[in-house]
Design a protein around this ligand. Structure first.
Ligand SMILES: Nc1ncnc2c1ncn2[C@@H]1O[C@H](COP(=O)(O)OP(=O)(O)OP(=O)(O)O)[C@@H](O)[C@H]1O
Length: 309
């Protein structure tokens, strides 16, 4: 039976001493999907990804990667997957180009692929620079290039944009969109909610080792209960008057603006217009970051009440 799953995780758990880092997680990532794994620090994302990659052994549960078990180590899987971790290893005495050529040789990738991949991550200008002399962000780009150079079907990127400047981050998005368009499957962990919203077909939010939700960013945002915010220039309206407007749930002062939170944007805008005018008023609707903050706060509270003895 041909499986459409690039990754299937069933009831996977992993404990480090007293700490249950991954708690009975099940999920399926489809072929060709751009899948985001989000969650607070220590939620278990890296542990779960390392188990998927076959770099770490689960205590229990099962993983299928392209239909095969990644543990014990299955060398036939290696050319088919690309892995960038938070602690990627480098040949530090080699130049960026030599390093990538060495990695490419391990997988039988061509010299042309080395040049093209170096170009795609914006390191052509640094091809002759020793790895140990690259900046943090340049090293990170080389780690990404090392995961991509053999054109794998399934790509794991663990916080790939963490050290990148805004231009490099946007450039990487374009590279990843190209890979997605070419049918590659991408498993992506990030703390940048904007990039998860921009890039991912679906995301899973992990909290304390468990999946709190799996859905498309669009569905999550449209089903969100997070309020919209109206920003008024400071001094336009006093806080007490703003708090008295029907539909306003919370009022605060942030960065020189009076912020009104509401689920009834239309009526509140009408009231603000009547009281103070709409000149300079900005409306911010809920985004993935609001959904994430809402969900992680909720799930943490829920977790604390259900798992403590
Ligand atoms: N090798 C290890 N030995 C012991 N504990 C570990 C080990 N690796 C991770 N942990 C613990 O397991 C939990 C999950 O860690 P993990 O690195 O998987 O989280 P994460 O979601 O990737 O976090 P971050 O966003 O900070 O990278 C944390 O409490 C962490 O301290």
């Amino acid at each position: 039976m041909a499986s459409t799953a690039a990754v299937r995780v069933e009831g996977v758990s992993k404990r480090y001493g007293d700490r249950l880092a991954v708690d009975a997680v099940s999920l399926e990532i489809h072929r060709g999907e751009f899948f985001g794994l989000l969650g607070p620090n220590g939620a278990g994302k890296s542990t779960l990804v390392e188990i998927m990659e076959g770099l770490r052994r689960a205590d229990s549960g099962a993983v299928a990667l392209l239909g095969r078990s990644p543990w014990p180590r299955d060398t036939t899987l290696l050319p088919r997957i690309g892995v960038q971790t938070q602690s990627s290893a480098f040949f530090v005495r080699q130049t960026a180009h030599e390093h990538l050529r060495t990695v490419a040789a391990l997988y039988g990738a061509s010299r042309a692929a080395v040049d093209a991949t170096l170009e795609s991550v914006g390191l052509t200008g640094q091809r002759g620079v020793r790895v140990e002399d690259l900046s943090g962000g340049q090293r990170q780009r080389l780690a990404i290039a090392s995961a991509l150079v053999h054109d794998p079907e399934l790509i794991f990127l663990d916080e790939p944009t963490a050290a990148l400047d805004p231009q490099a981050r946007r450039a990487l998005w374009e590279v990843l969109r190209g890979l997605k368009a070419a049918g590659r499957t991408i498993v992506y962990t990030t703390h940048h909610l904007d990039e998860a919203e921009e890039l991912c077909d679906r995301i899973a939010i992990l909290v304390d080792g468990r999946i709190a939700v799996t859905d498309s960013p669009h569905h999550l945002v449209s089903a969100s209960r997070a309020p919209s915010r109206l920003l008024l220039p400071a001094g336009r309206l006093d806080e007490a008057t703003a708090a008295g407007i029907a539909g306003v749930e919370r009022v605060s002062v942030q960065g020189g603006s009076l912020v009104l939170e509401t689920h009834a944007v239309g009526p509140v805008l009408t009231a603000v217009d009547r009281l103070a005018g709409l000149d300079g008023v900005q409306t911010r609707t809920a985004g993935l970051e609001d959904v994430y903050l809402d969900l992680t706060a909720e799930a943490t509270t829920h977790d604390a009440t259900t798992t403590e003895p």
